[in-house]
Design a protein around this ligand. Structure first.
Ligand code: N01
Length: 489
């Protein structure tokens, strides 16, 4: 007997999981398209996804806000060209209310499993079960913090937290702090906390490339122009889009171009770090772009302060009172902050979702994550993912990719309604051909040829996270749902 059969169920046409940019955008578009029979399941008490969870000091977007926002909901009130996290979280709340999707959201409903059974999705949550014809995942890859395995961490007597779960109750003033990691998050919070802590021990495994941050305040005059003439903001958005799109040439087509861009980062480093020893420690040994390109004007100046110690040796163990390096040097600290990123190629959704014959996404992806157009997975009928495999970007706005996928999913739903279809499931050979194409395009990119290891790559060294081409190409491919690519009934 099904484990769901004796429990009370809510029956919906569509269940969406998550209320980040993906889930909220999907909900708005569903509503606009006339679908009202849907719920959005959210594990937390508010919307926002990664922009709700990442509240660390200094958190802001490294993609310009005019582009990092929904095309259908321009915001004339961004305070600066690269907006801070509270504004982005607030933007998502406003979109939720403005477009009337809040009544569809079930907060504090953590999805525990989703099974395809008897031609329906059965979804178990922390607050009861739901049954749906269609399951849409808006669970992004930056949701689950990745914690390093450090021997002895359980004996540490100080405070420990992850940048994505910042402990705002803890006053860092006068503390001796270890920061582990020097990625996109750390380079934002290190300058914010450096002035207040007594000592900052920065454990750097790999130095990142850091470019200048061309940020500036958006003036009241600009804001009033955007309010009165929305087309002006559209034009600015288009300009940013095309400037960023040209970067694909360096990332994915001719990685040699990246060496030119690298010179800008080299100059930035040389200009901001005078000490040759520290400069050498902060100089990456891989081609710019191989890991995410970071932007900051205050990271290097913060790192050069006398209370900061850049530790380039590995971590051997954690003791009750500090961290011992592989060279046997002990760093006495009372706080450890992980800036160690997220579980990007080991997603929680892999264990939650079970398709035909009870096969989980983890089993289906035992040879690496893959999906047709990063959206549909063979063996998982009536299931579509937003920000699925190979949809990530190193150069532009994920919101653009999300909106492309949303349009594709809506077209699928309309096609099903029009043709009276109960089920659609991508054909295995269609998915294979698409993934083979992506892998072929990946061969000559900076991510595979740049001489680094990064979270873009899975345990087998395959890049299953990024889109290796222009985003307008992705948009073209997702413009129409082609029913012939699916087993349909
Ligand atoms: O995480 P990361 P993040 N021992 O994975 C190190 C987005 N984001 O949270 O490079 C020691 O980039 C690791 O070292 P290495 C954006 O997409 C966006 O900073 O692997 N060190 C690295 O230095 C970004 O890419 C914004 O050798 C360990 C760091 O920890 C993504 O989030 C802002 C270690 C992890 O860096 C993740 O960024 C912030 C270990 N065991 C983030 N394990 C925007 O502005 C890991 N490291 C949009």
């Amino acid at each position: 007997m099904s484990k769901f059969s004796q429990q009370q169920e809510a029956w919906m046409k569509i269940v969406v999981i998550g209320t980040g940019f993906a889930g909220i955008g999907m909900a708005v578009r569903l509503k606009q398209a006339g679908y009202d029979d849907f719920v959005v399941l959210e594990r937390a008490a508010d919307v926002g996804g990664t922009w709700r969870d990442n509240t660390y000091p200094g958190c802001r977007c490294d993609v310009p806000s005019h582009l990092y926002s929904f095309s259908f909901a321009p915001n004339p009130d961004w305070s600066s060209t690269f907006s801070p996290q509270p504004e982005i979280e607030d933007y998502l709340r406003k979109v939720t209310d403005l477009y009337g999707v809040r009544p569809h959201i079930r907060f504090n409903h953590a999805v525990e499993s989703a099974h395809w059974e008897d031609g329906r999705w059965r979804i178990a949550t922390s607050q009861g079960e739901f049954t749906a014809d269609i399951l849409l995942s808006g669970m992004g890859p930056l949701a689950e913090p990745s914690y390093p395995e450090l021997p002895g961490i359980e004996d540490f007597e100080g405070d420990v937290f992850h940048s994505a779960r910042w402990d705002h109750d803890l006053d860092l003033a006068g503390r001796k702090v270890a920061v582990i990691g020097t990625g996109a998050s750390a380079i934002q919070f290190v300058p914010a906390i450096q002035p207040e802590v007594e000592e900052l021990h920065l454990f750097q495994r790999t130095p990142p490339w850091v470019m200048p941050r061309p940020d500036r305040k958006i003036t009241p005059l600009e804001k009033s122009i955007y309010r009165r003439f929305p087309l002006a903001q559209k034009a600015v958005r288009a300009g940013i889009y095309w400037a960023r799109e040209s970067m694909v040439l360096g990332f994915a087509k001719l990685p040699a171009i990246m060496r030119q861009a690298q010179k800008v980062a080299e100059k930035h480093l040389a200009h901001q770090i005078r000490d040759p020893k520290l400069r050498a420690e902060l100089t990456p040994d891989f081609t710019l772009g191989c890991k995410r390109v970071l932007i900051s004007d205050d990271y290097y100046p913060a790192v050069a302060q006398p209370n900061v110690d850049v530790v380039t040796d590995g971590i051997a163990e954690v003791t009750r009172t500090g961290i011992v390096t592989t060279e046997g040097v002990k760093h006495e600290v009372d706080t450890i902050i992980y800036g160690t990123g997220f579980k990007v190629t080991d997603l929680p959704v892999m264990d939650l979702v079970h398709g035909r014959d009870g096969v989980s996404l983890r089993d289906a992806w035992s040879d690496g994550m893959e999906a047709h157009l990063g959206t549909a997975v063979a063996g998982f009928p009536n299931f579509f993912m937003l920000i699925g495999p190979n949809t990530g970007l190193g150069h532009s706005s994920m919101v653009f990719m999300i909106e492309s996928q949303i349009a594709y999913i809506l077209d699928a739903l309309r096609t099903m309604d029009r043709k009276g279809l109960q089920q659609v499931e991508v054909r295995r050979e269609v998915q294979r051909a698409f993934v083979d194409g992506v892998r072929a395009s990946m061969r000559n990119t900076v991510w595979t040829r740049g001489g680094c290891s990064s979270w873009y790559l899975d345990a087998q060294g395959r890049n299953t996270t990024l889109w290796p081409s222009f985003t307008f190409r992705f948009r073209r491919l997702t413009r129409r749902f082609k029913v012939a690519e699916y087993l349909a009934m």
